[in-house]
Write a protein of this length. Structure first.
Length: 193
């Protein structure tokens, strides 16, 4: 899995696409070259298919960046790992984006977003990991994302790939993660996954 993350400037603007600085063309191209090189190496040397994970606070987060990535990296080079929580956090409807890029989808991450914590984080300009420490990512079924609709969509499309349930937290404040993931798994079973 390839995630471009580590820029504190972008983390400050997670979820706020109109304010978030974008990479200039030269830096974007260099990132694409690195993704292609890593993906090629992973496949040719280790038989591992790379997937790219757009991530809140990274340089591939918002709609324009995902679209640009999809145009610049062919699917035979790397797939996509879309994350329901990061899509929502970036202001996108997860179901719409799963549909839009289903043909590129190799892997899914499921999270849920507490809408009250999210709105406060966006309005107060709280960085992504601080928002995680404050509980923006909540157990599946207790947040804003419509998992029954996602289940129906994936069933209609015949999705057979992997799905990972995540409870993203600041690692310094990980207490309760196992309980949250257990609740999430129970919820998914209750809605028919």
């Amino acid at each position: 899995m390839i995630i471009d993350f580590g820029n504190p400037e972008r983390a400050r603007f997670a979820g706020r696409g109109a304010l978030a600085p974008r990479l200039n063309d030269k830096d974007w191209q260099r990132m694409m070259e690195h993704i292609i090189a890593l993906s090629t190496l992973a496949w040719q040397e280790y038989g591992v298919r790379a997937v790219i994970h757009p991530h809140a606070g990274g340089s591939i987060e918002f709609a324009d960046e995902i679209e640009r990535l999809a145009n610049d990296i062919p699917h035979d080079v790397a797939g996509l790992c879309l994350d329901t929580g990061h899509l929502y956090y970036a202001g996108m409807d997860p179901l719409d984006w799963l549909d839009r890029y289903y043909h590129r989808l190799d892997y899914l991450h499921f999270k849920d977003v507490d809408p009250q914590v999210y709105q406060r984080a966006i309005h107060e300009g709280i960085d992504f990991f601080t928002a995680c420490a404050e509980g923006v990512m909540c157990p599946l079924g207790s947040g804003a994302i419509d998992y029954p609709a996602i289940k129906d969509f994936l069933a209609r499309r015949g999705y057979q790939g992997w799905i990972t349930i995540e409870q993203e937290r600041d690692p310094r404040h990980a207490a309760g993660s196992l309980q949250a993931v257990t609740e999430s798994l129970r919820y998914l079973r209750d809605v028919g996954f």
